[in-house]
Design a protein around this ligand. Structure first.
Ligand SMILES: Cc1cc2nc3c(=O)[nH]c(=O)nc-3n(C[C@H](O)[C@H](O)[C@H](O)COP(=O)(O)OP(=O)(O)OC[C@H]3O[C@@H](n4cnc5c(N)ncnc54)[C@H](O)[C@@H]3O)c2cc1C
Length: 292
């Protein structure tokens, strides 16, 4: 690793100034779990690291717009344990709980996870399903974007030069809404996922006559960004006993994905796994819907 300067700005404005001053030579440092690995491998050779740790309240979680605003520097473990988050967005909490291992979650931040834009990351799949938005700022002005538009490509986001991610706005899951997060790892449970799937929906009726009346399904890790599955509304209401319709749902999911062969599995295999996860997620939603 080459020598670099380490800056600790006290405000967002100072951090953004440093980014503008050093241009391509500057990198923001959050938890460092991904960045340091990239530095060691020589994939980034920065002149300056701009550490966000000392900016007050950048890790705060506050109520906002009927949901929660999560500061970019909030650590995954703290979020996982946050009572308000558990209540407002159990889907996100479920995804955070499965990230890597506890040592990673103790240090990694939600902002770092999103800005790193690794397609295999868990939180983005849940955040897209929840229609979450990011708040980006340059120290003077801020703008808001859906997470689905923030993630552009492999390790690429919509951040402009001199901008940083300030926070993430997560809408509150509605009363009666059910949700499930699933991931499949091809090697060990703590490994990066081969496929991720998040589902948010509503179930009506009483067991055994349950029907899924609304469903938003997002599949991640297979393509550069999470994919919101289209055409599900046409399959609704989906009755719990309708096996043929359930299969159509799985086929609808598989047909829209364009995975690639890699060390985690072949494209064919990953597509099949996505279908399995979709079936399992639906069963899980019905189970939640049947609970008193
Ligand atoms: C062993 C291991 C296993 C892992 N397994 C998983 C997994 O299963 N699922 C998963 O989702 N993730 C996994 N991760 C990734 C981990 O969650 C990420 O490393 C982490 O999310 C990055 O967060 P960080 O706070 O450490 O960011 P950093 O490493 O500090 O930064 C990452 C990138 O984001 C930029 N950045 C950080 N904060 C901001 C900001 N506020 N504004 C703009 N840019 C910013 C940095 O400049 C850098 O480019 C794993 C990591 C490790 C090391």
């Amino acid at each position: 690793m080459r020598d670099f300067e380490l800056l600790y700005p006290a405000t967002i404005a100072e951090a953004c100034q440093a980014l503008r001053r050093h241009g391509e030579g500057a990198r923001l440092l959050a938890g460092g779990t991904s960045l340091v690995q990239f530095l060691k491998e020589g994939m980034y050779v920065p002149e300056v690291l701009v550490a966000l740790q000392r900016i007050p309240a950048l890790d705060a979680v506050v109520a906002a717009d009927g949901g929660l605003r999560i500061g970019a520097m909030a650590r995954l473990t703290d979020l996982e344990r946050h009572a308000a988050l558990r209540q407002a967005a159990p889907l996100l909490r479920a995804a955070l709980h499965l990230v890597g291992n506890v040592r990673v979650r103790n240090v990694a931040t939600l902002g770092g996870n999103l800005c790193h834009a690794d397609p295999h990351a868990d939180p983005p799949t849940a955040l897209v399903a929840l229609r979450a938005e990011v708040v980006l700022g340059d120290g003077a002005q801020s703008r808001q974007l859906p997470v689905a538009e923030f993630l552009l490509d492999y390790y690429e986001t919509a951040l402009r030069p001199g901008e940083l991610l300030q926070g993430i706005i997560v809408p509150r899951q509605e009363r009666g809404q059910v949700s499930v997060y699933r991931r499949f790892t091809a090697v060990s449970e703590e490994d990066w996922p081969c496929v991720t799937l998040a589902a948010v929906g509503s179930v009506r009726g009483r067991a055994p006559n349950l029907a899924c009346a609304a469903l938003r399904l997002v599949v991640g890790a297979l393509e550069p960004r999470p994919r919101l599955i289209a055409g599900i509304d046409e399959l609704l209401p989906l009755e719990a006993g309708d096996a043929a319709r359930r299969e159509t749902l799985a086929e609808t999911v598989m047909a829209q994905l364009a995975p690639v062969d890699d060390l985690l599995g072949s494209a064919w295999y990953k597509r099949q796994i996505a279908g399995v996860l979709a079936r399992e997620a639906l069963a899980d939603l019905f189970q939640q819907g049947a609970a008193p």
